[in-house]
Design a protein around this ligand. Sequence first.
Ligand code: BES
Ligand code: ZN
Length: 455
Amino acid sequence: MNDVIDLININRDRYVDELKSYLAIPSISALPEHAEDVRACAEWTAAEMQRVGLENVRVIDTPGNPVVYADWLHADGAPTILFYGHYDVQPVDPLELWESPPFEATVREGEIYARGAADDKGQVFMHLKAVEAVLRGNGRLPVNIRFILEGEEEIGSVNLENFVREHKDELAADVVVISDSPMFDRGVPSICYGLRGLTYLQIDLRGTASDLHSGSFGGAVANPAFVLAQVLAQMKDRGGRVKIPGFYDDVRPLLDAERAEFARLPFNERRYRNELGAPKLFGERGYTTLERLWGRPTFEVNGMLSGFTGDGAKTVIPAVAMAKVSMRLVPDQDPDRIADLCEAHLRKVTPPTVELNIKRMHGGRPWMTDFDNPFVQAAGRAIELGFGRRPVFNREGGSIPVVATFQEVLGLPSVLFGVGLPDENAHAPNEKLDLGNFHNGIIASAALYNEIGTL
Ligand code: BES
Ligand code: ZN
């Protein structure tokens, strides 16, 4: 292992240069005009897999963006790791808030800034470099390993569930390893044992056939912007509780023991609030911030659009109003059932003065696992070697839809070993990855192969 670590240390700068090339590809899955970049990124990923010494590299078409597959399966009798990650990234708007261009990776004070640096190309690349270092150092890996990297995670992994069902045999493994989440805090590495799920809807209201003069017509018709505000106001009460009937029916209550574990984590609420720039935190009454984030579901408005929003004033009644809303879910809520309940409630509270249209977008099931399995313990030792500190166990508020699929379809446990940081601006301007964590993550990943190989 020491030789491998030496090799990783010697190649530190090269890794960063190569990562910059990866981050230069604008693989934004949400925007159709980037479809070619997404494909180019899949090809780049495949070429890199080949370069690091993986075999059977394939760019596999799906009805959407390709899945990139590669493996190394020569460790007879040893366990097989299925590594999952994604090479697609989020859009970059608002562009003017980036301090350096999102697709020209720039290093400042030990952090690399670019879209995808943390979520998820940097973390994927870390595992590829670990494979490279171990293969170059030892000529072989102590485990079998398969990689599947998808290009649609940021748009809900819409084709991946089918892909996993159709390629069950090629994905045979003992454990899934994923690095697509933040660690608990700077200097506090963590293993994540739970993720929230998601249900996403678009609400369209139409009041009239066209925008109207607000003097000639104001008072005679309903204003859809106003109706939208009234409708949304009925989705959550002032105590932060979602008002959709049945919404909490399947929520698995937080256990006292788990709440006590959360309370032991080094979480400073005041610092958290300051870093977010929030005048005051807000969430469901009766729960702490970490409990709200990790163990409780929520309803959020992701965006609203209606009427005149330019400079100056325009006296108008908008014809339409639109909102994008989503709910983060916890075990054992089912995204489809929650979408049904939400839709029924929306229909009930929307007055007949407007036409209501609801469009269902993507979703994903929540996930939670026991963390006393030997793979999690092995990851714990590997992380300790890479980061010089034992990881804490946490849950996360974000979603990775395929994790539940791996459990249900392949029957596999997942180990979520993220090396991002909570303040790394994923999905926001100035996304970054700490290069120290990137580097330690390569060592931890290489150590993980040893730890799992000797199980
Ligand atoms: N890397 C995130 C998932 C994540 C975020 C895990 C924070 C843990 C903490 C992932 O790329 C992501 O953003 N997922 C989407 C999924 C959605 C589009 C179905 C999310 O959570 O919004
Ligand atoms: Zn991600």
